[in-house]
Each structure stands twice: as structure tokens, then as C-alpha cells.
Design a protein around this ligand. Structure first.
Ligand SMILES: N[C@@H](CCC(=O)N[C@@H](CS)C(=O)NCC(=O)O)C(=O)O
Length: 203
């Protein structure tokens, strides 16, 4: 398998899942400005949506959409317990989180990040909503190790990824001490640490 990724982007989430589940995989770095890969491929030809992540399977099939990729990977390695079995309520709870992170946090942050293009009004409008979403997550994590309790899941890989972007929008995670402790806890997982190192994200 090969993951097309950009350091620190949302492709970090499937990268963490690949590592946590114990897959053997290759990485191909994508420059999102030039849309070229590190080996000179035209990324737009690889993914017409022009975004990472892309997971290329060994038969050449390509998967896009982070939440679909992480669920596909986790189902291939149920023993890693990154996603409860299909048909259980716990499975749907993880999917609830994946969707929340994708829509309220990941894409909720977008107009704030792009405020310079979208106009400062966009930041004023979207920031309170985004902060309320973070406060909701902080409340849900109170007294828990991970989103689902003691078990690290694919939803944590995605949440951790998005929390890493707050400095891009001048938000300080210390406003939510629970989230700060959570971020440190996830960052300390040996597989996460090695993925951060591989993406050049360790200080
Ligand atoms: N719907 C896609 C969105 C992926 C996405 O937003 N990727 C960003 C990086 S986090 C990207 O590649 N942006 C490049 C661009 O907009 O040119 C998913 O959830 O996987």
C-alpha cells in the first residue's frame, strides 16, 4: 500500500492508522502548492479531487476521503482494535466522531484558516462556532483517556491530527486543558511518535 501524504495535513490520520495497525506501507509526499509528488508525478492525475490523503492499494486501486480510508484500514486489521465491529453501537459511535471531526472541526476550521481570502468577517462568523465545537469535545473527553474511553480508535487519529492545526489559526490549545493533555497523550504513543518523526514534525 502507498499513502500519498503532505506533512501535518489530514493525511496524518491514515498515516497514524497504518502504523498503529502494523501495516507495511510506502509513503509518497505531495506538494499541495505545485500538485507534484516527490517522484515527479502529477498529483491531479492521481486524485482529480486534488487533495490528500490518497491510499493506493497493491492492485493499483485508489481510495480517497480520510474517514473512508481509516475505516477500510481498521477493518483489515480487527486485531488492532482501532474500530469496533460493524453492526455494533460502538462502531456507530466512532463513526459519529469521525463525522464530527470531519465536518465541524476539519472543515469548520477551513474558513477561519482561509480568512484572508474569505474576508475577516468569515473568521468572526466561524470562530465562535468552531470554539464551541472544541469545547464540546473537551467536555466529552473529561475523565476519559480517548474518545471511546480506554481504547484508542481511528477517531482519535483524526482528532489528534486536527488539533495540531490550531496554531495555524492563532488558537491556543491551553484554553482547553483537557484537549492539551489529550494531545500530549496521543503524541506519546510510540507509533504516533514514529509517524510524526517520519513526517518531519518532531521538534
Ligand atoms: N474530503 C477530503 C478533504 C481532504 C482535504 O481537505 N485535504 C487537504 C489537506 S488537509 C488538501 O489536500 N488540500 C489541498 C488543497 O485544497 O489544495 C477528506 O476528508 O479526505
Amino acid at each position: 500500500m502507498k499513502l500519498y501524504y503532505t506533512p501535518g495535513a489530514c493525511s496524518l490520520s491514515p498515516h497514524i492508522v497504518l502504523s498503529e495497525a502494523g501495516f507495511t506501507y510506502e509513503l509518497e509526499k505531495v506538494d499541495l502548492k505545485t500538485k507534484q509528488t516527490e517522484h515527479g508525478e502529477d498529483f491531479n492525475a492521481i486524485n482529480p479531487k486534488s487533495v490528500v490523503p490518497v491510499l493506493e492499494l497493491d492492485d493499483g486501486e485508489r481510495l480517497t476521503e480520510g474517514v473512508a480510508i481509516v475505516q477500510y484500514l481498521a477493518d483489515l486489521k480487527p486485531e488492532a482494535r482501532l474500530l469496533p465491529l460493524a453492526g455494533t453501537l460502538e462502531r456507530v459511535r466512532v463513526q459519529e466522531w469521525l463525522n464530527f471531526v470531519a465536518t465541524e472541526l476539519h472543515k469548520g476550521m477551513h474558513p477561519i484558516y482561509r480568512a484572508a481570502d474569505a474576508g475577516e468577517q468569515a473568521r468572526d462568523f466561524y470562530l465562535p462556532r468552531f470554539k464551541a465545537a472544541l469545547s464540546y469535545v473537551a467536555g466529552q473527553l473529561q475523565g476519559k483517556t480517548y474518545l471511546m474511553g480506554e481504547q484508542f480508535t481511528v477517531a482519535d487519529a483524526y482528532l489528534f491530527t486536527v488539533l495540531g492545526w490550531l496554531n495555524w489559526i492563532n488558537l491556543d490549545l491551553s484554553e482547553w486543558p483537557v484537549l492539551q493533555v489529550y494531545q500530549q497523550r496521543v503524541a506519546a504513543r510510540p507509533n504516533v511518535k514514529s509517524v510524526l518523526g517520519a513526517e518531519g514534525l518532531l521538534a
